[in-house]
Design a protein around this ligand. Structure first.
Ligand SMILES: [Zn+2]
Length: 440
């Protein structure tokens, strides 16, 4: 199949932009990218989907989010809530305890559909449902499979609900990782999910590492999101959070450290030394008032910093835009953050994927997975290799995404989800949410 007749932003440094371009898809992969006339001549008889001038881009990647938070949209918090700890206690830890396996499915359904609508083809999710732990990751994987989105899933291990839930969480991660981290498929991968240092004792981390022994894949954990995480680690263990995790052997190229807002320069260098990915979530950090991650400094130190939404929005383009303006504002430098925001979303998120998936994602070139989108974006100024980043950061948003393909199959065409009954899933979620809200 040829998808063509529009500008192509490839993300491939060797061929970054094609004016009147086309992409050839065969099976689950891209086999060619080039000018539409050349592509048609080289592939006679191949059917072409004419995108009518829409922008063709690689599928977007969200490197950190939480589908379990889906019912929180529009929900009121009735308790006085003035700190990050109180946000966890009054909102997230009340909500996740109410979730059943059916809720887990519904939340995955609405979250993954909204991701596809915003052009996100790969989602790294961090799940929690303490009263419905066992089987939760497989339920989410089943929903992702029905919708047709690529995912990395993990369960948020924590001490906060007692020894039984802790043991169930450890078992859930280990079982799921063993099942999915194989060469047989590349649509869903597992990481070992941990909440954060301040909700995990030494004994719990020892149990986690013992269970993880011999299982392929890394960890996905919140690191120094708020100042209290570092203070807790120093008070209880005499070490900062990153050092503590390193002492347990948890850092490495397949581990994702979300946030890192309060990580010290030494901790950042340690993460860099272990080749561990950091994921920046600017909306969430601003909204929770936890502080500003030093993203420009992190990148200057050579860290692989990716970009997530932390469930604040399904629109990773919006997250890139906020990453830009947050860095500019924080450093009081209007030029700061522009290149960095693009690097997070369009260079480093694909690099993070390449540590888990066998073929490259987030890039349109021969040999990468056919995860791509078309964007109904009409530029009012020249769109070319040099200006593409500016158009992305100042002109595009997720609701302009018209078509989404994952693994060579259309999941959305002309803004219609093709794989599942979207209206029914959203109706079920809307019916169920008030029962959850009433128990908050
Ligand atoms: Zn998070």
């Amino acid at each position: 199949m040829i998808i063509g007749n529009g500008p192509v932003i490839t993300n491939d440094p060797a061929n970054p932009f094609v004016h009147d371009g086309a992409v050839v898809v065969k099976g689950d992969s891209i086999v060619a990218v080039g000018p539409v006339a050349e592509i048609r001549a080289a592939h006679p008889g191949e059917q072409m989907l004419d995108v009518g001038g829409r922008v063709i881009m690689a599928g977007l990647i969200n490197a950190h989010t939480h589908a379990y938070s889906a019912y929180a949209r529009g929900m009121a918090i009735h308790q006085p809530t003035r700190s990050f700890t109180e946000i966890l206690e009054n909102l997230w830890w009340r909500l996740d305890r109410l979730l059943t396996l059916q809720d887990v499915e519904l939340n995955a359904g609405t979250t993954f559909i909204e991701s596809i609508r915003n052009g996100v083809t790969t989602v790294f999710d961090h799940h929690s449902s303490p009263n419905a732990v066992s089987g939760s990751l497989q339920r989410m994987a089943d929903v992702a499979g029905l919708i047709g989105i690529r995912t990395s899933l993990c369960y948020e291990t924590s001490d906060r609900d007692g020894a039984g839930v802790l043991a169930a969480a450890i078992a859930e991660n280990a079982l799921f990782m063993k099942q999915v981290n194989t060469d047989e498929q590349d649509m869903v991968k597992g990481l070992f999910g941990l909440h954060a240092s301040f909700t995990l004792s030494e004994a719990s981390l020892d149990a986690v590492c013992a269970a993880k022994e011999g299982i392929a894949g890394g960890f996905h954990v919140h690191v120094a999101e708020a100042a209290g995480d570092e203070a807790d680690s120093q008070a209880k263990y005499g070490r900062r959070v990153v050092q503590r995790f390193d002492d347990h052997g948890m850092l490495g190229p397949e581990t994702i450290a979300a946030h890192g807002v309060h990580a010290s320069p030494d901790e950042l260098d340690l993460l860099r030394g272990r080749d561990t990915s950091v994921v920046h979530n600017p909306h969430s950090n601003m909204s929770n008032a936890v502080g500003v991650a030093s993203v420009v400094d992190m990148l200057a130190r050579g860290l692989r910093v990716g970009l997530g939404t932390d469930a604040y929005t399904p629109d990773i383009l919006a997250s890139a835009q906020v990453a830009k303006i947050l860095a500019s504002d924080h450093l009081a430098d209007p030029t700061a953050g522009f290149g960095e925001a693009l690097q997070l979303a369009f260079v480093n998120n694909p690099k993070i994927c390449s540590t888990f998936f066998r073929k490259d994602l987030g890039v349109l070139r021969a040999g990468t997975y056919a995860d791509l989108i078309t964007v109904a974006y009409r530029p009012n100024t020249p769109l070319d290799a040099e200006s593409a980043g500016g158009h992305i950061l100042f002109g595009m948003n997720g609701s302009q995404v018209n078509d989404t393909m994952v693994n060579g199959a259309w999941v959305m065409r002309d803004r219609q989800i093709l794989t599942v009954d979207e209206a029914a899933i959203f109706a079920r979620s809307t019916q169920r949410a008030p029962h959850i809200w009433a128990q908050m």
